[in-house]
Design a protein around this ligand. Structure first.
Ligand code: PMP
Length: 440
């Protein structure tokens, strides 16, 4: 098999996500057929390789073809591939739910599963509203989110999201939600710290909550890093203040940790850095180490108790066919075992320190602005007005064996947690070369 065979067949039969397909036709955007993966590398059919510096859309934590996760899935495959989770249960879903609850220090003891991040956010929104409805407060049916936030692609999640590129075309289909100012630390005025920006943004949230809390079910936020909106980072102080405001005004706090969960920001969950707990925690992506589609919404005993009743319709009747799939749950258990056995967070801290040093030449590049980092995420803004930058940079990076997909003019790294020194150095050097080539 050659690359070309798959390219033509894929273009004819597969409608690729997040893509204007015509760009593939004209080869403006190269379509890369991947034959296999190993560690941080993807290999095509003709011997070319690509360093997966974005963990395949932020899902892959411990590399492709990870022997430990592979073994867990193979073992599970011999026992039970899937079973309906309504009326039935199985060891992987029970063990995973117990393990996740422990990781939240039992603050969030109830796990509701789905298959992708958007569905998890939908569930959290529905659960929050339904909680208020069960409490005789059905008028609390609106949501407030943060400017520039991203929570998924379904109609409910686009409604609370604020990225025009994905949202605008569907505006007539969406429910009105309000976005309050972002605590994005780049908005600091001269003399202001990130904490000051956080306090300013929280004050705007307070103004909104004070006026509208009677009709609000929940405030939804991407803790510490707003991802698809451009890797905007904020001080944990914002989350502390938001938690206090949600308590004061009787509004749920939904933490969408679909991107930032599982060590991405330095702690296992990002909310930990603010010393708070959310009412709903949405997780997906890294949950299975990037192996299988699985998401979960975790919530408190108090929320759970509101649904626990003789009346069927007070229950949460939401369902997806593949809820709690055993193979996906086993992949998740194997992923969490790696965290426990390998002291991953400590290794990541050492890696992050080193990678910051390796990125120093990039930080000095005349077109680079706001090089920023949080845990295992690095981002920088390129000072260019060129609308072709994104695709040109993508191509230049690919031609240097590196997979990076800028968000507009924001270049970011979200590598798997397994890069060695040589791979890290290669990534830093080739990114700089790709930037020079793309801006030449
Ligand atoms: N929320 C956040 C913060 C995300 O980053 C994403 C995915 N990029 C989603 C929700 C949606 O997840 P999915 O793509 O699995 O539906």
């Amino acid at each position: 098999m050659h690359n070309r065979d798959w390219l033509d067949r894929s273009r004819a039969a597969v409608w690729h996500p997040c893509t204007q397909m015509k760009q593939h036709e004209a080869d403006v955007l190269p379509l890369v057929p991947v034959a296999r993966g190993e560690g941080a590398w993807l290999y095509d059919y003709e011997g070319r390789r690509y360093l997966d510096a974005i963990s395949s859309w932020w899902v892959n934590l411990f590399g492709h073809a990870n022997p430990r996760i592979n073994a867990a899935i193979k073992d599970q495959l011999e026992r039970l591939e899937h079973v309906i989770l309504a009326g039935f249960t199985h060891a992987p879903v029970v063990e995973l739910s117990e393990r996740l609850a422990t990781l939240t220090r039992n603050a969030l003891g109830h796990c509701f599963y789905a298959s992708d991040g958007s569905s998890a956010v939908e569930i959290a929104l529905k659960m929050s509203f339904h909680y208020w409805r069960n409490n005789g407060r059905a008028e609390k049916n609106r949501f407030v989110s943060v400017a520039g936030s991203y929570h998924g692609e379904t109609l409910g999640t686009l409604s609370v999201g604020d990225v025009a590129l994905y949202k605008d075309a569907y505006a007539p289909l969406l429910r009105q939600a309000t976005a309050v100012p972002s605590p994005d630390a780049r908005a600091a005025k001269p003399g202001e710290t990130a904490t000051d920006v956080a306090a300013r943004a929280a004050a705007a949230l307070e103004t909104y909550l004070a006026e509208f809390h009677e009709s609000l079910a929940a405030f939804i936020v991407e803790p510490l890093v707003q991802g698809a909106g451009g890797m905007a980072m904020h001080d944990p102080h914002y989350l502390r203040l938001a938690r206090a405001l949600c308590d004061r005004y009787g509004v749920h706090l939904i933490c969408d940790e679909i991107m930032v969960g599982f060590g991405r920001t330095g702690t296992l969950f990002a909310y930990e850095q603010a010393g708070i707990r959310p009412d709903f925690l949405c997780l997906s992506k890294g949950l299975t180490g990037g192996y299988l589609p699985l998401s979960v919404v975790m919530t408190t005993d108090e929320v759970y108790a509101t649904f626990y009743d003789d009346l069927v319709t007070r229950g949460f009747l939401h369902s997806h066919s593949y809820t709690g799939n055993p193979l996906a749950c086993r992949a998740a258990l194997a992923t969490l075992a790696i965290f426990a056995e390998d002291d991953v967070l400590a290794r990541n801290r050492r890696f992050a320190k080193r990678f910051c040093v390796l990125l120093a030449p990039l930080a000095k590049h005349p077109l680079v602005r706001h090089l920023r980092t949080c845990g295992m995420i690095w981002a920088l803004d390129v000072d260019t007005q060129d609308p072709g930058f994104r695709l040109r940079f993508y191509r230049e990076a690919l031609s240097r064996e590196v997979l990076l997909r800028p968000l507009g003019t924001t270049v970011y790294f979200m590598p798997p947690y397994i890069l060695d020194e040589e791979e890290a150095a290669l990534l830093a050097e080739r990114t700089l070369a790709a930037l020079d080539a793309a801006c030449a």
